[in-house]
Design a protein. Structure first.
Length: 463
């Protein structure tokens, strides 16, 4: 809408697509609905939109071809993993004169995520993988966006360790905050999904969960708080859509299900699992409150929650453990309800309080929706990116000597570049071989020789 030309390269997360998914290369986003691949999208303005399989998304030479054809003025990495791939692409063009300013969006603090995963797996083996990827980004990008102000300070610490806080960059703002955003479009209640189904009546108090159960989800506190509330008030029902996350956490959700199975109140837990994304908003309209519950760990403290803004947008009241920056805002602005993290007694208390004050819930939800649309609309959250995109620029320390060098990381980065160069040389050599073979096959002498060989083979077979 701001008038820029866009070429988008998206990663088709394997668990969200069929195993035989083939990359979609589309020159006009508006026409994507006519593709034979599943999916239908609408856009106000057309732009190039590529949906790449995992193999293609990680193929820097394929991305290089798209990059050279499109001739961008800047690169924007959208969230951690795409920013890592973008950092490799930017590094490839570092010495060619074709490198452009690079904005890396770090949607959450990845090393805190690595810690949560290491705890869940009981294994620190993932830490190197995460740090290697993070280092590639923070040592390459010119500017960063973080999902919270808190994360911005954590990033500053990483930049210092990578030698980016130097004499050249003094006073330069490396990090800006781009929080979770809220679309302006209204959700639509298309069909009945809760009331009158699975034993839930119109008078029951429905606590709703939507989305994945990741490493930071405190299912122990969630279960105990809900079960105690159900003991005191049997009309409390818990409805859940979502489940385990194939790429990240396969343990938390099954552990929660095992707790429920042993509970005398298991019939009050309606576990839908993953459902069609288009059906999820219907649940917002029939629930009384949406619940979010997190462990009190760095990953949550530095991050945010998209699902909370979805509930606000739908006019559904929010109940959450108070750990992240967004829940702090909820509490201070009286636009939601919070409880102490890791405290099932406090959770039970607030659930029972809300169940007996439903009008208060509706009033709070209305305030939250108004506040969200005013402060978290994409017009507001995207403003820093749009400002930068008018005149993309390199960081002050771009191509400057950095005194702090992590030799191992630099060596690994150089090996990646060497590998990419070798891949390019092999590709060019293969193309040359194919060209020569094609010319040879067209040569009359070769064709006559091939004919004689074929005749000779037939003669031997007859004998």
């Amino acid at each position: 809408e701001a008038g820029h030309s866009l070429c988008v390269c998206n990663y088709a997360i394997p668990s969200a697509y069929k195993d035989n998914f083939k990359s979609v290369f589309n020159k006009d986003f508006r026409n994507y609905g006519s593709s034979k691949n599943e999916g239908s999208y609408n856009a106000a303005a057309g732009f190039e939109y590529n949906i790449l399989s995992s193999i293609d998304f990680e193929d820097i030479l394929l991305l290089k071809g798209i990059y050279e054809r499109f001739e961008p003025d800047c690169i924007v990495g959208c969230s951690f993993y795409p920013s890592f791939i973008a950092s490799k692409l930017a590094a490839y063009f570092e010495n060619s004169g074709m490198r452009k300013p690079f904005w890396a969006d770090l949607f959450g603090h990845v090393m805190a995520e690595a810690q949560a995963r290491a705890f869940s797996d009981g294994d620190d083996g993932c830490l190197f993988h995460y740090w290697n990827s993070e280092y590639s980004i923070i040592s390459t990008a010119d500017i960063f966006s973080c999902v919270s102000g808190r994360q911005g300070y954590a990033l500053a610490g990483e930049l210092g360790a990578a030698g980016r806080l130097n004499k050249y960059s003094s006073g330069y703002e490396f990090a800006v905050t781009v929080p979770c955003g809220m679309p302006s479009e209204e959700f639509v209640h298309a069909k009945n999904v809760i009331r009158g189904k699975n034993g839930i009546t119109g008078s029951d108090f429905v606590v709703l969960w939507t989305g994945g159960y990741n490493t930071w989800t405190d299912v122990e506190t969630l279960f105990e708080g809900l079960e105690n509330a159900m003991k005191a008030n049997p009309s409390v029902k818990f409805v859940s859509t979502g489940g385990e996350i194939p790429e990240q956490d396969l343990k938390t959700y099954p552990r929660f299900l095992s707790m429920i199975e042993k509970s005398p109140y298991r019939d009050n837990f309606i576990m839908k699992g993953w459902i069609d994304g288009q059906d999820v908003p219907n649940y917002y309209f029939e629930a009384d409150v949406g619940i979010n519950i997190d462990k009190d760990i760095y990953e949550v403290k530095l991050g945010s929650k998209n699902r909370i803004l979805d509930w606000m947008r739908a006019g559904l009241a929010v109940l959450s453990s108070n750990v992240c920056e967004l829940t702090d805002i909820m509490q201070s602005r009286s636009i939601g309800y919070t409880f102490r993290p890791g405290d099932p007694v406090d959770l039970t208390r607030i659930i029972l309080k809300l169940a007996s004050n439903r009008q208060m819930l509706k009033e709070t939800a209305a305030r939250a929706k108004k506040y969200g649309l005013l402060h978290f609309s994409f017009d507001i959250t995207a403003a820093p990116l749009l400002k930068w995109a008018k005149c993309p620029s390199f960081a002050p320390d771009y191509k400057k000597e950095r005194k702090i060098i992590l030799d191992g990381q630099e060596a690994f980065k150089n090996l990646q570049l060497i590998s990419l160069n070798q891949q390019e040389m092999i590709r060019q050599k293969d193309e040359r071989i194919r060209e020569l073979e094609a010319r040879l096959h067209k040569n009359p002498v070769y064709r006559f020789g091939a004919y004689l060989r074929a005749v000779s083979v037939k003669t031997v077979r007859k004998k």
